[in-house]
Design a protein. Structure first.
Length: 254
């Protein structure tokens, strides 16, 4: 809903409007359009897994670490794993996981490999958008530039987007497998803003991860909104559902 007071403020600041003796419907429409265009210049960068779409299986990335018996802090492991598996256009999941084996100097095991591939396929096949996701994206895409950014292999997310007809809900998508970088890489957000031809301050990241969403955005000087569905972490601003997002955005960009 566009605030009438704000509309009138734009009208009074526009000399052609001052020449009018009354505010007719055309003037109100024009002012509303000005506001809409200003908002369309604002960009919402959405994470995918855990933000818009629920994983089909519990934390597949952590399960890979367990299956391969990789003894390393998760924060270190996940960066290496995602760079190995999610920054190249592999022809198959077999090839993608072979890259993970090489990264951690592990001898490939056929039964293990089949287990990993089955896990990864099960994740995207059983994945589903959160109940409010589609409706929220449709509403926001009419007011803002809505963009998808995610660390992803070249199969899972693309399959989910096609399955649920979600691709058309985004003005543009930036997947790590296509751009050759993951979200925690310093150049990732710079690349995204350059491609979109927008300023850092005109963007906000909406994601569920402190490490891969909030921290890189804050380092870049970008606004952030944490999706914390269990309200288990201290962070502001924080939302438990995407239904709360529009209200927070109105506070960030009045």
């Amino acid at each position: 809903m566009v605030d009438l007071g704000v509309i009138l403020g734009y009208i009074w600041s526009d000399p052609p409007f001052l020449a009018q003796t009354h505010f007719n419907q055309q003037n109100i429409y024009r002012a509303t359009l000005i506001l809409q265009l200003k908002k369309m210049k604002k960009v919402i960068l959405f994470d995918f897994w855990g933000t818009l779409v629920e994983n089909g299986v519990w934390s597949p990335t952590k399960q890979v670490q367990h299956i391969l018996r990789i003894d390393a802090p998760f924060s270190d492991y996940v960066v290496r794993m995602e760079r190995a598996m999610m920054t190249k256009p592999f022809s198959s999941l077999t090839e993608a996981f072979q890259s993970v084996y090489e990264e951690f100097a592990i001898e490939p095991n056929q039964k293990e490999l089949e287990l990993l591939i089955g896990l990864w396929n099960k994740n995207w096949m059983l994945a589903k958008p959160y109940m409010e996701t589609i409706a929220v994206l449709k509403t926001l895409s009419e007011k803002y530039t809505v963009v998808l950014i995610s660390n992803s292999d070249c199969f899972g997310i693309k399959n989910v987007l096609e399955k649920f007809k979600m691709k058309e809900l985004f003005h543009k998508t930036f997947l790590s497998c296509d751009v050759g970088m993951i979200k925690t890489d310093e150049k990732f957000l710079k690349y995204v803003t350059k491609e979109l031809k927008v300023k850092i301050e005109d963007c906000v990241i909406v994601g569920d991860s402190l490490q891969s969403d909030m921290v890189p955005a804050q380092k870049a000087g970008m606004k952030t909104i944490l999706v914390d569905r269990k309200i288990a972490r201290e962070f502001e601003p924080r939302i438990a559902s995407l239904k709360e997002l529009e209200g927070v955005l109105e506070q960030i960009w009045p």
